[in-house]
Design a protein around this ligand. Structure first.
Ligand code: DAH
Length: 340
């Protein structure tokens, strides 16, 4: 019997178990009720007592080897099958990353910078928290002058006054204090005013200021520069119109309208049926402002302008509510994908 068991080790090892069916056959053949092992245990009863210990041990080993082979094969068949290339759907869309979008205000700010850089304007930025001199006094806002009420200011400290800048015109002063003419720069940035938030106004918004100071700079240069800008921004057929206005830091001062790019000048609710939309303030730099910055107003003249980026963006993309710029609603922001 011992020899018989020993040969069975080899038989177990050599039995092919390639499929689930093979495995089942193997199990029945060796472990079934009428299988090999059952037969051997029957025979074992007749083994002489002095051989029982040795035979029993080997018989148990055989049983373990059979069980191990069954366990290993079961595991193999239960493991998830590797997917073959033919089962893959190669046309399925991948889990792609949503592309982001630039904020519309950044798109338009970059466009303004690009348009002016083509005609030689450099870009400068400066602080958002300003002193009274740079935000008001150097810009020719007299103490107690009603012009200061034009812009409701967020003060941080009083006496001396420190405030969130109400416009980017403060950067004109900082630039003229640091540089000698010729100066030809634009200053984009964030500004703050104590305004009631509505579809047309916000307490935070963005401006781009422009400044050109040199010998013989005239109002003609201002007008031509702004016409160039309007056409580049809104299209070749855009027209401009200058209306007299007042700013303490420019003399003469004007406000510039562009022909409404939504109705083409015929009249719609965006241009309030006038065919024109106001987009910026401008003028010749007041000689007093040049002198405040130690620039000789007998030698140099200059022009300046300031525009709201929100206003221009609303016009360019036909956005009706300014609050959308600050709400971070992806349904709105996602519409600007792919624009740089
Ligand atoms: N600072 C003005 C404002 O915020 C805009 C402005 C008007 C800027 C005329 C200028 C200018 O440079 O010349 O309302």
């Amino acid at each position: 019997m011992l020899d018989k068991i020993k040969t069975l080790f080899r038989v177990v090892q050599d039995s092919p178990v390639l499929t689930k069916e093979d495995l089942e056959q193997f199990r029945i053949h060796f472990l079934g009720r009428k299988g090999i092992l059952a037969g051997l245990f029957e025979e074992f009863k007749n083994v002489p007592p002095d051989q029982k210990k040795e035979t029993g041990r080997i018989l148990n080993d055989l049983k373990i080897v059979i069980q191990e082979k069954i366990d290993a094969s079961t595991q193999k068949f239960e493991a998830p099958e590797e997917t073959s290339i033919s089962q893959l759907d190669l046309t399925r869309p991948v889990n792609y990353m949503e592309p982001g979008a630039r904020h519309p205000l950044s798109i338009v700010r970059n466009l303004i910078i690009e348009i002016f850089s083509r005609i030689g304007y450099t870009v400068a930025e400066d602080r958002e928290i300003e002193d009274d001199w740079h935000n008001f006094t150097a810009l020719n806002f007299p103490e107690e002058h009603p012009a200061r009420d034009m812009q409701d200011t967020f003060f941080i400290e009083k006496n001396p006054d420190i405030a969130l800048r109400t416009h980017t015109s403060s950067v004109q002063i900082r630039t003229m204090e640091k540089n000698k003419p010729p100066i030809r720069s634009i200053f984009p940035g964030r500004v703050f005013r104590n305004e009631v938030i509505s579809a047309r106004a916000h307490c935070i918004f963005h401006q781009v200021e422009g400044l050109y100071v040199d010998k013989d700079v005239s109002f003609r240069d201002l007008k031509q520069t702004l016409l160039y800008f309007a056409k580049e921004m809104f299209g070749e057929n855009t027209q401009i119109r200058l209306r007299p206005s007042y700013f303490p830091f420019t003399e003469p001062s004007g406000e510039m309208d562009v022909s409404c790019n939504i109705c083409g000048g015929v009249g719609c609710n965006i241009c309030k049926y006038t065919g024109w939309v106001e987009i910026l303030g401008c003028g010749m730099v007041d000689p007093a402002v040049l002198e405040n910055c130690k620039i000789d107003s007998e030698i140099y003249t200059g022009f300046a302008f300031g525009m709201g980026i929100e206003r221009i963006t609303m016009l360019k993309y036909q956005i009706k509510d300014l609050r959308l710029f600050f709400e971070n609603d992806l349904r709105f922001l996602g519409q600007f994908k792919g624009i740089f």
